[in-house]
Design a protein. Structure first.
Length: 372
């Protein structure tokens, strides 16, 4: 291979890699990378098949398919009945391969499903990462009956990149599902530990009230029931907020202020700069801020908390402070509570930083910075 050709191939692979690293939505990423692939290679048409856990094939995205393959009545791109899919299923498709003639196109020509724009053949490449297989990349051009070895090698290198990206995105989605399950389990435990215990206390008091003959004693019992019921109601509202934060659609500061108010705290806030935050970062800041508010409410002994935000074009910083009792903390050892560790993990999951400054009797400062 000539040096110029080698440099061109590296440029193509670099451009593809940049496209693949930009997103987390699988369908959008594959759609963008297919468009980029055709742009940089000069091939005219492409489509991607992915297989589900039942080995059912689905065309996830395509570019410049001819009318014959888009026939709404016949739907020729649906189903497993074609040569490239059969080779994939029986294990023969291990590398980039020339398909002598496309069965879907052959059927379209035979039954006159529409214009094929001169397409008769395509190259097929398996999408995989290590030993895991995910689907097929097909590429075609009008009048092109055979792809050269260099072209197939390039397509194979691109397919490996795509396969690795599919695996990365799926692992990220699995991690989110695990995190969601852990969050639900934590909420269930909180529900049991707080609201359930309060309701049990109400039941016992009500039972005592039914047998007590002293009106003054009964009055005191019902006052206690009223107080505990209000406490239980506040706890329940807090748990519901954790599931669906009211006011987040109005911005992170509004949501945190509303949550603070619901727990009986006054929140002071400042904001420097204006920027529209990605949804994932806004959600992460909400969860971290929410945990800090909970800690202030339960442990600080203060009714005030402050949030200072700095919004930059590619970075957001959030500093949370309360002037409460603080606690002993050694930065050389692990964070002392699950809540604080979760806050740190959330920030670092987005390549952010988490810092904690506190000492006994001198309040607590939490600083979070997240790039985007």
């Amino acid at each position: 291979m000539h040096e110029q050709d080698h440099l061109s191939e590296l440029t193509i692979l670099k451009g593809i890699a940049e496209t693949l690293n930009e997103g987390t939505d699988l369908t959008l990423v594959l759609n963008d990378v297919l468009a980029k692939l055709l742009e940089v290679t000069g091939f005219e048409t492409g489509w991607l098949f992915l297989f589900d856990e039942k080995d059912e094939v689905r065309m996830i995205t395509s570019r410049n398919l001819p009318p014959a393959l888009l026939n709404e009545t016949e739907q020729p791109m649906c189903g497993n009945d074609c040569w490239c899919v059969k080779q994939y299923e029986d294990g023969r498709l291990q590398k980039a391969t020339n398909i002598i003639e496309c069965k879907r196109l052959e059927e379209a020509i035979k039954h006159k499903w529409g214009e094929t724009r001169g397409l008769t053949h395509h190259a097929t490449v398996p999408l995989r990462s290590g030993n895991e297989r995910f689907g097929i990349l097909n590429v075609a051009s009008a009048g092109k009956g055979r792809f050269q070895g260099e072209e197939l090698a390039l397509l194979e290198a691109i397919a490996f990149q795509i396969g690795n990206t599919i695996k990365r995105i799926r692992l990220t989605e699995q991690a989110k599902e695990i995190a969601l399950l852990e969050e639900r389990n934590r909420l269930a435990q909180d529900l049991h530990d707080s609201v359930s215990q309060l309701l049990y206390s109400i039941i016992l008091m009500a039972k005592t009230g039914t047998v007590a003959g002293d009106k003054e004693k009964n009055s005191e019992i019902f006052k206690n029931i009223q107080s505990i019921t209000r406490h239980a109601q506040a706890e329940m509202k807090a748990l519901i907020w954790q599931l669906r934060p009211k006011g987040l659609e109005k911005g992170i500061i509004s949501a945190l202020a509303g949550y603070s108010e619901m727990l009986g705290l006054h929140m002071a806030s400042t904001a420097n700069g204006v920027v529209v935050l990605p949804a994932q970062i806004e959600e992460t800041l909400w969860r971290i801020g929410q945990e800090a508010i909970n800690n202030c409410h339960k442990h600080s002994g203060m009714r005030e908390i402050s949030f200072d935000f700095t919004f930059k074009p590619n970075l957001v910083e959030m500093v949370i402070e309360d002037r409460g009792c603080g606690f002993s903390y050694d930065a050389q050892v692990d964070l002392p509570s699950m809540g604080l560790r979760n806050m740190k993990d959330r920030a670092e999951a987005l390549n952010g930083q988490f810092r904690l400054l506190t000492s006994q009797g001198k309040g607590t400062v939490i600083s979070v910075s997240i790039p985007f």
